[in-house]
Ligand binder design. Structure first.
Ligand code: ATP
Ligand code: MG
Length: 137
């Protein structure tokens, strides 16, 4: 059984999409093993998105992700890493397939509602950044 880190970004929380997204996760059959609404400290955001540090949008991305509460989610299920990424859809909502979260609820790459780890390594790293060992069921 695989675990991944999912997040509802500040735009999703602000727009009241939390129940809809949690519903989709549960309908899919993933087990929610960790769940909390929180403000991300700036250092955690810079670490989380560290791979993008040199990109021109990095500052904007960190401002956005720290700019309001997010919902941090630890998911467990068969192939949860790629499965959750598939449910989210393409990074740019314009390229996302209808029925995916980003196609259904987002219009811009900058504010695309959800995050999902992209590999087993990033899942382990990101789960460790957002959850203490004892917080996960
Ligand atoms: P995430 O890591 O948030 O799940 P992703 O893996 O689909 O998204 P990444 O390439 O890791 O996409 O980019 C991380 C985030 O940075 C994107 O979700 C988006 O919010 C932002 N981002 C990526 N590319 C751009 C861009 N060209 N302009 C503005 N923001 C961008
Ligand atoms: Mg990514």
């Amino acid at each position: 059984m695989e675990r991944t880190f999912a997040m509802i970004k500040p735009d999703g929380v602000r727009r009241g999409l939390t129940p809809e997204i949690l519903k989709r996760i549960q309908q899919k059959g993933y087990r929610i093993v960790g769940l909390k609404q929180m403000l991300i400290p700036r250092e955690v955001a810079e670490n989380h998105y560290g791979e993008h540090r040199e990109r021109p949008f990095f500052g904007e991305l960190v401002d956005f992700i720290t700019g309001g509460p997010v919902v941090a989610i630890a998911l467990e299920g068969e192939n949860a890493i790629t499965g959750w990424r598939a449910m989210m859809g393409a990074t740019n909502p314009a390229n996302a397939v209808p029925g995916t979260i980003r196609a259904d609820f987002a219009t811009t790459t900058g504010e695309n509602v959800t995050h999902g780890s992209d590999s087993p390594e990033s899942a382990a790293r990101e789960l460790g950044l957002f959850f203490a060992e004892g917080e996960l069921l």
